[in-house]
Design a protein around this ligand. Structure first.
Ligand SMILES: [Fe+2]
Length: 284
């Protein structure tokens, strides 16, 4: 595996939907331009944020405490995940990339909220900053994460990949994560539209001990761009102190044919139990 030496975030569109998937499973990360669909989605969500938080939603954290911010965002999170009118744009994004929505399943949109100084001021949010692989949370090796920023962001406001660990073990306790337990008490924990203390009580998989993860590769981005990467990538959200909250959207995609064929990224260290795939949204 030569990923560590050659790794750089790529900006050229892959030749086809199939090539993109294969490249993603091999650890390649693409940051592609905004499209009609991604920009429309961003605008729609920004309007919801303004409705929930007032003008300049990125500054709302200075106007209210974290509990109030969380409460106001809960209906937005719920709508993004559950409202089927927010599933259609995901299918459109797949089509824009040359794919057929009938061939994929997705874990719908989540709103990610990273407060300025949230790492020091909000203990319940600490899991946000854990370095991790998404596959440690019972997602399949075919998982492709699709991330869209709601604003232009500098490199120190986003997150980083550790390419040297893509295919190399990281000591972790992912065996603590059991998908059935995770959803047993309802989905509020999973989606985060209630239970703001969830971060203090839930068992999240994490790294064991101190790990030198090697080179960290970050990125700056523009509103509506689309970053895609394998759920097996070892990555980490950066704490930020820009004075503004960072909002982003993401969803997760699995190609059902690839999954059935045993394709996907290597699993070098994941031991979580159960499978989130059963609850992914299909296109009839
Ligand atoms: Fe992640």
């Amino acid at each position: 595996m030569t990923l560590e030496r050659s790794f750089a975030i790529e900006h050229a569109p892959p030749a086809s939907f199939a090539f993109w998937r294969e490249a993603t499973y091999a650890g390649r990360v693409h940051l592609l331009p905004p499209t009609e669909t991604s920009l429309a989605l961003v605008e729609r969500v920004r309007a919801l944020l303004i409705e929930a938080l007032g003008d300049e939603p990125r500054l709302a954290q200075h106007r209210m405490d974290n509990d109030a911010l969380f409460a106001r965002l809960s209906p937005v999170r719920r709508a993004l995940y559950c409202d089927t009118s927010f599933h259609e744009p995901l299918r459109a994004l797949v089509r824009e990339r040359g794919g057929d929505p009938a061939e994929v399943a997705f874990d719908p949109l989540r709103l990610r909220v990273v407060r300025s100084r949230g790492d020091v001021e909000v203990p319940a949010a600490r899991a946000v900053y854990y370095p991790h692989r998404d596959t440690w949370y019972a997602h399949p090796r075919t998982l492709i994460a699709w991330w869209i920023p709601l604003d232009d962001l500098d490199e120190d406001e986003t997150f980083v990949f550790y390419p040297e660990r893509f295919a190399r073990e990281v000591p972790n306790d992912s065996e603590v994560f059991d998908y059935d337990e995770w959803v047993r008490d309802g989905w509020e924990l999973k989606i985060g539209w209630q239970r703001r203390d969830a971060g203090l009580t839930a068992r999240y998989p994490g790294v064991i001990g101190e790990v030198d993860a090697g080179r960290a590769v970050g990125f700056a981005c523009r509103r509506g761009q689309q970053l895609t990467f394998s759920g097996a990538h070892f990555h980490q959200t950066l704490p930020q102190a820009s004075g503004r909250t960072r909002f982003s959207l993401d969803f997760r995609l699995v190609h059902l044919g690839d999954e059935a064929a045993g394709e996907g990224a290597p699993n070098v260290d994941g031991r979580s139990r159960g499978s989130a795939l059963r609850d992914y949204v299909r296109t009839p």
